[in-house]
Design a protein around this ligand. Sequence first.
Ligand code: RP5
Length: 176
Amino acid sequence: MAGAPQLQPKISSPTPGQPLVGIIMGSTSDWETMQHAAQTLDGLGISYEKRVISAHRSPKLMYDWGTSARDRGLQVVIAGAGGAAHLAGVAAALTPLPVLGVPMESAALKGLDSLLSMVQMPGGIPVATFAIGKPGAVNAALFAAAILALADAGIKRALDDYRTNQAKKIEDAKLP
Ligand code: RP5
Protein backbone atom coordinates (compact mmCIF):
# COMPACT_ATOMS: atom_id res chain seq x y z
CA MET A 1 0.00 0.00 0.00
CA ALA A 2 1.33 3.42 -0.93
CA GLY A 3 2.71 5.35 2.00
CA ALA A 4 2.89 2.32 4.30
CA PRO A 5 6.51 1.90 5.42
CA GLN A 6 7.94 -1.54 4.82
CA LEU A 7 9.50 -2.76 8.04
CA GLN A 8 12.53 -4.90 7.28
CA PRO A 9 14.50 -6.74 9.94
CA LYS A 10 17.76 -4.92 10.44
CA ILE A 11 20.57 -7.29 9.61
CA SER A 12 23.90 -6.31 11.09
CA SER A 13 25.96 -8.70 8.98
CA PRO A 14 25.49 -7.53 5.38
CA THR A 15 28.48 -9.54 4.18
CA PRO A 16 27.88 -13.28 4.40
CA GLY A 17 30.56 -14.92 6.49
CA GLN A 18 31.82 -11.60 7.88
CA PRO A 19 32.94 -12.40 11.44
CA LEU A 20 30.89 -10.48 13.99
CA VAL A 21 32.66 -11.79 17.08
CA GLY A 22 36.38 -11.89 17.72
CA ILE A 23 37.42 -14.68 20.09
CA ILE A 24 40.93 -14.17 21.41
CA MET A 25 42.87 -16.07 24.04
CA GLY A 26 46.26 -15.67 25.62
CA SER A 27 47.57 -19.13 24.82
CA THR A 28 46.76 -22.27 22.89
CA SER A 29 46.31 -23.84 26.33
CA ASP A 30 43.16 -21.69 26.71
CA TRP A 31 41.47 -23.32 23.70
CA GLU A 32 40.18 -26.27 25.72
CA THR A 33 37.98 -23.75 27.54
CA MET A 34 37.42 -21.21 24.78
CA GLN A 35 36.25 -23.82 22.29
CA HIS A 36 32.98 -23.77 24.24
CA ALA A 37 32.47 -20.14 23.28
CA ALA A 38 33.13 -21.04 19.65
CA GLN A 39 30.78 -24.03 19.76
CA THR A 40 28.03 -21.92 21.31
CA LEU A 41 28.36 -19.33 18.54
CA ASP A 42 28.39 -22.15 15.97
CA GLY A 43 25.11 -23.42 17.40
CA LEU A 44 23.55 -19.97 17.00
CA GLY A 45 24.89 -19.51 13.47
CA ILE A 46 27.03 -16.52 14.46
CA SER A 47 30.25 -15.98 12.53
CA TYR A 48 33.45 -15.37 14.43
CA GLU A 49 37.19 -15.28 14.09
CA LYS A 50 39.45 -16.94 16.65
CA ARG A 51 43.07 -16.24 17.42
CA VAL A 52 45.76 -16.68 20.03
CA ILE A 53 47.02 -13.25 21.08
CA SER A 54 49.06 -12.56 24.17
CA ALA A 55 49.08 -9.08 25.68
CA HIS A 56 52.56 -9.69 27.12
CA ARG A 57 54.12 -12.24 24.72
CA SER A 58 52.93 -10.62 21.49
CA PRO A 59 52.18 -6.97 22.33
CA LYS A 60 52.52 -5.75 18.71
CA LEU A 61 49.98 -8.31 17.48
CA MET A 62 47.73 -7.33 20.39
CA TYR A 63 47.93 -3.67 19.38
CA ASP A 64 47.35 -4.30 15.68
CA TRP A 65 44.44 -6.69 16.27
CA GLY A 66 42.79 -4.48 18.88
CA THR A 67 43.05 -1.21 17.00
CA SER A 68 41.72 -2.74 13.75
CA ALA A 69 38.93 -4.85 15.29
CA ARG A 70 36.05 -2.43 14.70
CA ASP A 71 37.14 -1.42 11.20
CA ARG A 72 37.33 -5.10 10.24
CA GLY A 73 33.64 -5.43 11.06
CA LEU A 74 33.78 -7.11 14.44
CA GLN A 75 31.05 -6.07 16.86
CA VAL A 76 31.92 -7.93 20.05
CA VAL A 77 35.17 -9.31 21.49
CA ILE A 78 35.41 -12.36 23.75
CA ALA A 79 38.78 -12.58 25.49
CA GLY A 80 39.92 -15.59 27.52
CA ALA A 81 43.04 -15.47 29.66
CA GLY A 82 44.50 -16.93 32.81
CA GLY A 83 46.81 -15.97 35.64
CA ALA A 84 47.70 -12.28 35.45
CA ALA A 85 44.86 -12.09 32.98
CA HIS A 86 45.22 -8.68 31.38
CA LEU A 87 44.25 -9.68 27.81
CA ALA A 88 40.64 -8.54 28.11
CA GLY A 89 41.61 -5.25 29.74
CA VAL A 90 44.24 -4.47 27.12
CA ALA A 91 41.81 -5.41 24.34
CA ALA A 92 39.22 -3.07 25.88
CA ALA A 93 41.83 -0.31 25.98
CA LEU A 94 42.48 -0.73 22.25
CA THR A 95 38.93 -1.00 20.92
CA PRO A 96 35.62 0.66 21.80
CA LEU A 97 33.81 -2.63 21.08
CA PRO A 98 32.23 -4.43 24.03
CA VAL A 99 34.80 -6.83 25.52
CA LEU A 100 33.59 -9.93 27.36
CA GLY A 101 36.24 -11.55 29.54
CA VAL A 102 36.48 -15.24 30.39
CA PRO A 103 38.85 -16.09 33.27
CA MET A 104 40.71 -19.37 32.77
CA GLU A 105 40.80 -21.93 35.58
CA SER A 106 44.52 -21.64 36.29
CA ALA A 107 46.42 -24.53 37.84
CA ALA A 108 47.93 -22.49 40.65
CA LEU A 109 44.89 -20.70 42.06
CA LYS A 110 41.98 -22.43 40.34
CA GLY A 111 41.13 -19.31 38.36
CA LEU A 112 40.70 -16.93 41.28
CA ASP A 113 43.79 -15.06 40.05
CA SER A 114 42.33 -14.82 36.53
CA LEU A 115 38.93 -13.75 37.82
CA LEU A 116 40.16 -11.00 40.11
CA SER A 117 42.67 -9.75 37.56
CA MET A 118 39.99 -9.51 34.89
CA VAL A 119 37.04 -8.26 36.89
CA GLN A 120 38.82 -5.46 38.77
CA MET A 121 39.13 -3.00 35.92
CA PRO A 122 39.63 0.56 37.12
CA GLY A 123 36.83 2.92 36.09
CA GLY A 124 36.93 4.15 32.51
CA ILE A 125 37.66 1.00 30.50
CA PRO A 126 35.04 -1.69 31.12
CA VAL A 127 35.40 -5.45 30.74
CA ALA A 128 32.28 -7.57 31.29
CA THR A 129 33.69 -10.52 33.21
CA PHE A 130 32.07 -13.94 33.22
CA ALA A 131 32.40 -17.09 35.35
CA ILE A 132 35.66 -19.03 35.55
CA GLY A 133 36.14 -21.66 32.85
CA LYS A 134 33.60 -23.39 30.60
CA PRO A 135 30.43 -21.78 32.04
CA GLY A 136 31.99 -18.38 31.45
CA ALA A 137 32.96 -19.27 27.89
CA VAL A 138 29.43 -20.45 27.10
CA ASN A 139 27.81 -17.43 28.76
CA ALA A 140 30.16 -14.96 27.08
CA ALA A 141 29.04 -16.36 23.73
CA LEU A 142 25.38 -16.15 24.74
CA PHE A 143 25.91 -12.58 25.93
CA ALA A 144 27.61 -11.70 22.66
CA ALA A 145 24.56 -13.14 20.90
CA ALA A 146 22.26 -11.05 23.09
CA ILE A 147 24.16 -7.89 22.12
CA LEU A 148 24.04 -8.77 18.42
CA ALA A 149 20.36 -9.75 18.66
CA LEU A 150 19.46 -6.15 19.46
CA ALA A 151 20.05 -5.31 15.80
CA ASP A 152 19.79 -8.67 14.04
CA ALA A 153 16.45 -10.46 13.69
CA GLY A 154 18.06 -13.79 12.72
CA ILE A 155 20.27 -13.89 15.81
CA LYS A 156 17.31 -12.86 17.96
CA ARG A 157 15.36 -15.88 16.66
CA ALA A 158 18.33 -18.20 17.20
CA LEU A 159 18.73 -17.01 20.79
CA ASP A 160 15.00 -17.39 21.48
CA ASP A 161 15.12 -20.95 20.10
CA TYR A 162 18.17 -21.75 22.22
CA ARG A 163 16.34 -20.71 25.36
CA THR A 164 13.17 -22.55 24.38
CA ASN A 165 15.11 -25.77 23.76
CA GLN A 166 17.02 -25.35 27.01
CA ALA A 167 13.82 -24.93 28.98
CA LYS A 168 12.25 -27.94 27.24
CA LYS A 169 15.19 -30.15 28.28
CA ILE A 170 14.56 -29.23 31.92
CA GLU A 171 10.81 -29.65 31.58
CA ASP A 172 11.24 -33.10 30.01
CA ALA A 173 13.99 -34.22 32.40
CA LYS A 174 13.42 -37.63 34.01
CA LEU A 175 15.21 -38.79 37.10
CA PRO A 176 16.22 -42.46 37.52
C1 RP5 B 1 48.00 -16.56 29.96
O1 RP5 B 1 48.85 -17.40 30.63
C2 RP5 B 1 47.17 -17.42 29.07
O2 RP5 B 1 45.92 -16.85 28.89
C3 RP5 B 1 47.10 -18.75 29.79
O3 RP5 B 1 45.88 -18.94 30.45
C4 RP5 B 1 48.23 -18.66 30.80
C5 RP5 B 1 49.23 -19.76 30.67
O4 RP5 B 1 49.73 -19.78 29.34
P1 RP5 B 1 50.69 -20.94 28.85
O5 RP5 B 1 51.91 -20.90 29.75
O6 RP5 B 1 49.92 -22.23 28.99
O7 RP5 B 1 51.01 -20.64 27.42
O8 RP5 B 1 48.71 -15.63 29.21
